[in-house]
Structures are given as structure tokens and as C-alpha cells.
Design a protein around this ligand. Structure first.
Ligand SMILES: C[S@@+](CC[C@H](N)C(=O)[O-])C[C@H]1O[C@@H](n2cnc3c(N)ncnc32)[C@H](O)[C@@H]1O
Length: 329
């Protein structure tokens, strides 16, 4: 029991092929075009090369999808709502992450009693079976959960359909963030983007950060929970969980994909997202509960806000990141 839960602490999970087909979700016509993302990303990469900048370009693939990750999550797609199963630690993480999201959103804009997040439009990226999507919907938010693993989205839909209160406010689509396409104006963005325990499974974090910034309204919030890149996270997440205790299959986690709060903050700020707070989270494998801690050495939660003004761009019509700002960071 201990080892199983210990493993879940930092463990990744895994999944299948992405599907894109998202239109007019939550009455949103996104001001986001994947074609323009690709174009801007290419320009950015070219500019970065020209400037010999220090930002590490994790991938020029322009997709966040790592097919191996999707295969692993695909195999677990029916397990999301087993509270004592593989995703138990994610269930109990709601004790911290739901109030973290709620309270930070209410700091930006007041809420109504009973349904404090009524009127907020939230995008839950990498929602899996909807473990976090549902409680956000119950707080009154209109939530779109997206995940490239179709079977996970199927599980999420079936589960939320049992609650009539959620049917009106929670929707799911099998797609990635970069698949979100459409046309619209500035009002069409999300009030918040949530990516909880997701970034450590992505192939390209820069594309992800860029897309997050694009789908957010100015002043909108980004919430991320993830794993730090430390000796401790390597020892517990890779050595203990995978090699010694064999809690998860070898290779479940790629420590290289973990990221420190400082590096994540630098990346987000280069895409016009200002980090407001970073808090350490600690999992107790005996109680199965999470608590806040001063240390961000293993798990942490981050809140960033999209600045009202876009970062400086190199062309008048450009809507992408500023290469000079990137270079400076
Ligand atoms: C550890 S689970 C977290 C699920 C959910 N956020 C939660 O905390 O309950 C990671 C999720 O990220 C999804 N994922 C993997 N690659 C992704 C990508 N490129 N874009 C969006 N989601 C992705 C997986 O399918 C999986 O559902």
C-alpha cells in the first residue's frame, strides 16, 4: 500500500492519438489559430537561432504530444474514477488544487455565494477523466475539459452525465491545446487555463506555454501543478518508484521533462504570463493526503496571470512571442 501510494506521488501516467474537432465550445470562438501558431513558432525558432538565445528549444515539432505518454494513459482510461486505484493521489490532490484555483480566481474577480465561479470560463487541459473538471463545474464555472486520449474523454463524459448540474456547465473534447482553432475577438478567450499534472508529459513545453497564453483573456489565469526537477524528485519518482519498488513500469517518467519553478516561470514570462505565486505540495503516502509545504522540491502549484499587453513583437501583425524577450531570458 505504501509503495503503491508513494509511487503515485510523482508518477506519471500515460495514453493515444489526438483528435481535433473543436468548434464553438462553450460559445467560444477562440481567437486562436493553429496555423498562426505554427507560423509564429517557426518565426520564433528562426529568430532564436539567429540570436543564439539561451532558451532551450525542447522540440521543433510544434506538437505537445508525446505518443508514448498517450499510450500509457490510454491503458488507464477506464481507471480514472477508481478512488483507490492508480489515480488515487489525483483524487486527493483536489483538496489543495480546487481551493487554490478558486481562491486565486476570486481574488481577481468576486464570486457569488453558492456558485462562486459562476461566469468563469475555464479550460482544463489534459483533463483525463475529469477529476478536476467536475469540482470546478460544481463551483459554477463553465468548464471545457480537453485531452488527446479519446477513451479518457469518454470516461469523463459518462461520469459527468450522471450529474444533471454538471451537464449544463461541463463539456469535453478529445483534442490537444494546439488543436483548438477558430476565429473570434479578444472576448473569446478563457478566464482560466488549468494544466494539473500535465506538463511533465508533454513533448514541447514551449508550444504549450505559447498556446496557453493565446487562449487566455488578458488578465486571465494559468494554473499548473507539476514536479520539480531535483535530486529528490529523481530519487523518489524514478529510482524508488520505477526501479526499486516497481510501482510503475520502467520508463513511466522522464526526469528530463520535469521542470523547476524558476525555469517554468522564465518560460511563462517570455510568453506574457506573470507568475503570481508558487506553492510547494507534499503527499503523505500513509494518509494518502496532500498538504501545502514551504518546499517546492518535489511537487508544486503555480498561478500566473496573462499580462494585459502582449509581449513586444517583431512585426506589426504578429501575435506571437517576442524573440528578443526570449533571448534576454
Ligand atoms: C497525470 S494525468 C492528469 C489528469 C488530470 N489533469 C488530473 O489531474 O486529474 C495527465 C494527463 O495529461 C494528458 N496529456 C498527455 N499529453 C497531453 C497533451 N499533449 N495535451 C494535453 N493533455 C495531454 C494525458 O492524457 C493525461 O490525461
Amino acid at each position: 500500500m505504501y509503495s503503491r501510494k508513494c509511487g503515485r506521488l510523482m508518477l506519471g501516467l500515460i495514453c493515444t492519438s489526438p483528435k481535433a474537432n473543436l468548434k464553438n465550445v462553450l460559445q467560444l470562438k477562440s481567437a486562436f489559430s493553429w496555423t498562426s501558431v505554427c507560423k509564429r513558432r517557426t518565426q520564433l525558432l528562426q529568430s532564436q537561432n539567429a540570436l543564439h538565445c539561451h532558451i532551450s528549444v525542447r522540440s521543433a515539432s510544434q506538437t505537445t504530444v508525446d505518443p508514448n505518454e498517450l499510450k500509457r494513459f490510454q491503458s488507464l482510461a477506464s481507471k480514472w474514477w477508481d478512488e483507490g486505484g492508480e489515480f488515487a493521489a489525483l483524487h486527493s490532490m483536489n483538496d489543495l488544487r480546487v481551493p487554490f484555483i478558486r481562491d486565486n480566481l476570486l481574488t481577481v474577480r468576486g464570486g457569488q455565494p453558492g456558485k462562486p465561479l459562476a461566469g468563469f470560463k475555464i479550460l482544463d487541459v489534459g483533463c483525463g477523466g475529469g477529476l478536476l473538471t467536475e469540482p470546478l463545474g460544481r463551483l459554477g464555472a463553465n468548464v471545457l475539459g480537453i485531452d488527446p486520449v479519446e477513451d479518457s474523454i469518454g470516461t469523463a463524459r459518462v461520469h459527468s452525465s450522471r450529474d444533471p448540474d454538471l451537464r449544463r456547465r461541463v463539456q469535453y473534447q478529445a483534442c490537444t491545446l494546439e488543436d483548438l482553432t477558430g476565429e473570434g475577438d479578444e472576448d473569446d478567450g478563457f478566464d482560466a487555463v488549468v494544466a494539473s499534472e500535465v506538463v511533465e508529459h508533454l513533448a514541447d513545453l514551449e508550444t504549450f506555454a505559447y498556446c496557453c497564453s493565446h487562449v487566455l483573456k488578458p488578465g486571465g489565469s494559468l494554473f499548473i501543478t507539476t514536479l520539480n526537477k531535483t535530486n529528490l524528485s529523481y530519487a523518489l519518482g524514478i529510482v524508488a518508484a520505477e526501479r526499486l519498488l516497481r510501482i510503475v513500469p520502467m520508463g513511466t517518467h522522464d526526469w528530463e521533462k520535469f521542470i523547476s519553478p524558476v525555469e517554468l516561470e522564465r518560460l511563462l514570462e517570455s510568453y506574457g504570463l506573470s507568475v503570481q505565486s508558487v506553492r510547494g505540495m507534499l503527499y503523505n503516502p500513509v494518509s494518502g493526503r496532500w498538504s501545502w509545504t514551504d518546499s517546492t522540491a518535489i511537487n508544486y502549484a503555480l498561478h500566473a496571470v496573462k499580462l494585459s499587453e502582449e509581449p513586444q513583437t517583431d512585426t506589426a501583425e504578429a501575435d506571437g512571442p517576442d524573440p528578443q524577450r526570449q533571448a534576454a531570458s
